[in-house]
Ligand binder design. Structure first.
Ligand code: SAH
Length: 341
């Protein structure tokens, strides 16, 4: 059966027309889908005979809440969803003054192998379908009652490794008859699959591209991020430059500060040079300690000195506030805990 929630209303309409069903029914069905219905049965303005016909042709999946944790510190909500095949992914809802942001997963597991990350420990299980990524946003909003205004693709998985499904998700979530989230309110984070940057740029989306840089030199970066080994920082910078030139959208560099690994004066100076070369914004994050990993966050003193070097070099730098510290709200940690049980 076909996964109707991965289809745009225009696509549903053309299939309906081929089935002899009037095209306007597609818009009705699409609107029901973004209200979170789990069956055609619930679509009360669709004639019963048609509902039965559609029930036989299409599936409507709905994730189930496996666990929901609410942070006592800041209200951050962390969901662990069970998908229709028993796999699980996590989604985090963060509240800021400017609105609520949802952090979604794009794959079940990950094959990029970053040495500090919990998501990659069991490797890649499968890609998420467009509908499954959409459901993370939709059911986070419906369950929490918080209107979602921003989306970051920074959960489990590498979005550019699931390119087509992620692009389809973006079109779905941005659709005016759907959740209608503006592209300018969406960030896509990548470990740097440079071979996809041009393709992404050509789509000319207004989203923000975040590059998980974490080290400005090949020696350090290849050690902690295997994705760097056959690409390299120079190639990454060239891809960023082309992306920026083509889209005019400023890239942001994610940089998790790891004690004694990427937080020296040498790294700060080279990072400043890299950031300026592509006019990138730098977002520093103290590393989240992951039980299975040997890495520790940088000390406050090292972070301060690091920031000073960047600022003095004229780099635009922010330090990301840590949210959900008491709910394992960091990439892959909750799913990992469940796997261990
Ligand atoms: N695969 C994509 C998106 C998922 S990871 C990417 O690599 O960007 C989202 C962000 O969290 C990335 O910047 C990633 O490097 C970072 N991250 C992963 N584990 C972390 C940890 N233990 N502490 C801090 N940041 C981490």
């Amino acid at each position: 059966m076909k996964d109707i929630k991965s289809m745009l209303p225009e696509e549903i309409a053309s299939e309906f027309e081929a089935m002899g069903v009037p095209g306007y029914r597609a818009k009705q069905v699409f609107k029901w889908l973004v209200r979170g219905v789990g069956s055609f049965e619930e679509m009360s303005d669709i004639p019963k005979a048609l509902r039965e016909k559609l029930e036989a042709e299409y599936s409507i999946y709905k994730p189930r809440v496996l666990s929901k944790q609410v942070s006592k510190l800041d209200g951050t909500i962390k969901y662990l969803w069970e998908l229709h095949d028993g796999n699980a992914v996590e989604t985090v809802v963060m509240s800021y003054r400017h609105g609520n942001t949802v952090c979604v997963s794009s794959q079940v597991g990950c094959r990029q192998g970053c040495a500090f990350c919990a998501s990659t420990i069991g490797g890649l299980v499968r890609h998420l379908e467009p509908s499954e990524i959409l459901d993370e946003v939709l059911f986070s909003e419906l369950d929490s009652g918080k209107h979602i205004s921003n989306i970051v693709l920074m959960g489990i998985g590498e979005p550019l490794d699931n390119f087509d499904n992620v692009m389809k998700f973006l079109t779905l979530v941005n659709h005016p008859d759907g959740m209608n989230v503006g592209m300018r309110h969406i960030s896509l984070s990548t470990c740097g699959l440079t071979e996809r940057f041009d393709e992404l740029a050509e789509r000319d989306l207004q989203l923000t591209l975040s590059v998980s840089l974490h080290a400005p030199d090949d020696e350090t970066r290849s050690e902690i991020m295997p994705a760097n080994r056959n690409r390299g920082v120079e190639e990454l910078m060239a891809a960023c430059r082309r992306y920026y030139d083509r889209t005019g959208r400023r890239i942001s560099f994610e940089y998790a500060m790891i004690d004694g690994v990427n937080d020296t004066e040498y790294h700060a100076r080279l990072l400043a040079k890299r950031a300026k070369s592509v006019n990138a914004h730098v977002n520093l994050i103290p590393l989240n300690h992951v039980e299975e990993r040997k890495y520790k966050p940088s000390t406050a003193g090292h972070m301060k000195a690091f920031i000073k070097i960047l600022e003095e070099a004229g780099v635009n730098v922010t330090v990301r506030r840590k949210l959900g510290g008491d709910v394992d709200a960091s990439c892959g940690q909750l799913r990992r805990k469940m796997q261990k049980k």
